[in-house]
Design a protein. Sequence first.
Length: 610
Amino acid sequence: MVFPRRGARAPRTTAHTGTGLLLGAARHSAGRTTAVFVCSAASAGASLALPAVLGRTLDLSLGGADGAGFWPVLCIGLIGAEVLLDALEALLSGVASARATAWLRLRALTGLLGAPPDRAARLTPGDLATRLSANATEAGTAPVSAAALAASLLAPAGAVVALFLIDLWTAVAFLAGVPLLALVVRAFARGTSDSVARYQAVQSVIASRLVEVMDGARTVAAAGTAERERDRILAPLPELAVQGRRMWQVHGRAVARGGVLMPLLTTGVLAVGGVALAAGRISVGELLAASRYATLAAGIGAGAGLVGSLVRSRSAARRTAALAGLAPMAYGTARLPADGPGRLELRGVRVVRDGRPLLTGVDLTIPGGVSAAVVGRSGAGKSTLAAVAGRLTDPDAGRVLLDGVPLESVAYGPLRREVGYAFERPVLFGDTIGEALAAGPDRASPGRIRSAARAASADAFVRLLPRGYDTPPGEAPLSGGELQRLGLARAFAHAGRLLILDDATSSLDTVTERQVERALARDVRAGTRLVIAHRLSSAVRADLVVWLEEGRVRAVGTHAELWRLPAYRAVFAAREAETPASETATPTAEAAAPTAAGLPGRLAHGEPGR
C-alpha cells in the first residue's frame, strides 16, 4: 500500500466522487467493456440487417426469382449470429462487472484502512458492510450498462436511417413521436435517481442496526429485549417500502407510457407504409422491413432500463466513493535514531472531534525506558492521548515526537515497527491463532510467538486448544481475559521502543496481571511503556503517573506523591475499598518525576489537590 507524504497536495480530480470512481472502474475494465460494446454493436448490426434480408427474401419468393435460396440461408445465419453475440455479451458483461466491482471494493477498502481509525469509526459496521457489498456491486455494473446503452442506441439510429432509405414519409411518421418518447425517458431517469438514493440510505440504516444487535446478542438475551430490538431494526421498513414503491411506480409509469407510445409509433409507420405500398413506391418486402425497423427504432425506449441501472449505479458509487475518499494519514520518509531509548514528547497537543475538545494544551515528556500510567476519570481523554502518542490519529494542533523525531515525518514501516499497541478488545486476524500473533510490520517467528505468549500468560491455554497455535480463532472458545492475553502476546511479539497498552489488562485477574507485568519487564524488549490505567495497582507499579482531567494534564509524578492529594484518590474511589493496603504503599524504586513539560520536579500545574 502506498501512503502519501505529509504535506503533499492531492491532485484536484473527481477520483473520489461517484462519477470519478465510475470512470476509474471503466478504465480498469476498459478491455472487457469494449468487448461488450463490440458484441452488442455487432448484434445490433445483425438485427439491422435482418429486416432488409427478410424483405428481400419475401420479394424474391413472391416474384419466383431464381437463386432465392441464398437469402433464407442468410436469414438463418443472421439470427444465429445475433443469438451467439448476445450470449457472448452476457458472459463478458458478467466478467467485466465482477472485475469492476472488485476494483471498486479494493479502492474503498484501501481508503477505509488508510484513514485514521477515528475517521473510519464514524461509519457504523452495518453501513460499511452495505457500502462494500451491495453498493459496490451495483456500482460495478455501471461500465457494462454504459457500454450496453451506447450500443443499444445504434439499432434505433440505424433503423431510422433504414426508414429514410425505404421511404421518407415512414421516417417522418416515426420521428414525429420521438419528442414524446424522450420525455418519457427523461422523467424516468429523474424520478429514479431520488428514490434510489433514499432506498439505499434506508437499507444502510437497517443493516447498521442489525449488526449492532448481533454484536450485542448476549446483552439483548439477558435483558429480555429481543422483541424491542426486532422492532427497532425493522422500524425503517415502512420508509423502505415507500421508496421501493416509488421506484416501481416510476418504472411502471415509464413502461405504461412506453407501452402506449411505441405501438402508436409502429402503427403510424405501418399506416404510412401501407399508403406507399398502395401508391407503388415500396414493395411488400419493403413494407415488412419498414414494420421491423419501426419496432427497432421504437426500442430506444428500452434504453430507459439501462438509464435506470446507470442512475442506481451512480447513487451507489457515491456511497462507495465516501470510503475511497477518506483522507489518508500521510507519512514522511524519516527514520528514528537507531539507539533511541523511546523518549515520548507531546508539545501543545490539542484534539477536537465533532466540535468537542478531547485534549487541550497537553505538554508532556515521558523519559525513555520508563513505565508511565495514564489515569483519570471516564472521558478525561486517556484513550485519545494513547491514540495520539502512537499516531493512530493526528492532533489538530501541536506535535508528538519520539526520540526527538516528529511522528508525522516518520515513514510508515519504521513507525509501526517501533510503536506497538494492545487494546481492551483485541481482534485476531488470520486463519490460525499463530498467524494472528505473527501478523505485524515484520512477521514474527514461531519461537518469538511462543515466547511472547508465555510472557502474556497465554501459552498454557493455547496449547490446550484442539490444534494449539494452528486453531482458527473462530473455533477457539476464548474468555475475555484469554482474548486480552492473546492481544498482549501479539503486542509483545512485535514490541518496539514504545509500547502502548490501552486498558489491555482490564479483563485479567490480579494475579495474572502481576505475572504479565513481571514478564513485560523481564522478557519483552526494553522500552517505554504507556499504560492507560483504570486499576489502582497499575498506577502503583508504574514509574510515573500522568493524571488527566477534562482533556488536560493536571499533574505528573509518582503514585506515592499523587496519592497525598484527595482529588487524585477520588479517581480510584470506586476501587479503593477493594484494594489491599499494600497496593497503596510507596513503590520500592523511585523513578524520575518530570513535570508535564518534562522538567525536573515533583508535581505539575500548581496544587492539584485543591
